[in-house]
Ligand binder design. Structure first.
Ligand SMILES: [Zn+2]
Length: 262
């Protein structure tokens, strides 16, 4: 006989079981960092559209009328190529209400970092405690991404203790600030993803300004990224863009496109 337990959801942070109504609807990335109305872009149609003569003619016409190319292509994206995929943003039910409320103060710390564009000069002025909260906010976000649902992370205790300053586990987070090199045609894609290497796995999570990779091995030296723990240091170096190689971001992006097509 199968007994259906009402308490079917396990919170990824505290590990306890809860019924559906005791779970929260948490945003990954945080709602106010660009995760409000997530659209899906039809990539096959995008290629057709931007190679089409009639669309070229339309673009030329609008350029002649003084519109900027950015506005024109933005318009085409909004009206022809995108459909609202997550009207309320990307959310998951992976945390209980209590844990989600607890993590809220980390999200607030991260929002301060986000609003200042992570500029090292500004972040230097933050208290160390706030910087640790920023670090924990990002580690915690990876608990909610669907690709990592089966992963047993070793940073749970580090996140659950607001005063903890020690994490000696296996998982590193590296990040870059977005720029033209990370965003195809200015599209800020905030999909999550996972890619596997011989050395281990890489998860990806991003928001409007930053791209984060969580991985259980030291990053390949050919990809230049900032270690998240470096924000604790004075004048840390903030890496912008993914460079010509495209970094992990390009690989996550490509693999998710192939998964969509196949
Ligand atoms: Zn919980």
């Amino acid at each position: 006989m199968v007994v259906f337990d009402e308490k079917q959801h396990r919170c990824r942070l505290c590990g306890n079981y809860y019924s559906d109504s005791d779970m929260s609807e948490e945003h990954y990335p945080a709602r106010n960092t660009g995760n409000e109305d997530v659209v899906a872009v039809d990539l096959g149609k995008m290629f057709d559209t931007f190679t089409s003569e009639s669309v070229h003619a339309e673009i030329r016409e609008k350029l002649n009328h003084g519109e900027t190319l950015e506005n024109i292509t933005g318009d085409i994206f909004d009206t022809q190529l995108s459909t609202s995929l997550f009207p309320k943003g990307r959310t998951a039910r992976t945390l209980c209400r209590k844990c989600n409320t607890f993590l809220g103060k980390y999200d607030e710390a991260y929002l301060r970092f986000f609003n200042l564009d992570g500029t090292p000069k500004s972040i230097n002025g933050f208290q160390q405690h706030t910087k640790y909260q920023i670090i924990k906010a990002i580690y915690a976000k990876f608990l909610s991404i669907p690709e990592a649902a089966g992963e047993a992370f070793d940073f749970i205790d580090f996140i659950r203790d607001d005063d903890s300053t020690v994490y000696n586990g296996n998982w590193n987070i590296y990040f870059v600030k977005r720029d033209f090199s990370s965003d195809l045609l200015g599209m800020k894609d905030i999909r999550t993803g996972k890619i596997t290497f011989d050395e281990g796995v890489v998860y990806e999570l991003s928001d409007d300004k930053f791209i984060f990779n969580l991985m259980n091995f030291p990053k390949h030296s050919c990809f230049e990224m900032t270690n998240l723990f470096d924000i604790l240091k004075k004048n840390y170096k903030l890496v912008e863009g993914v460079g010509e190689s495209g970094g992990y971001h390009a690989q996550v992006f490509m693999s998710s496109i192939f998964n969509t097509i196949l």
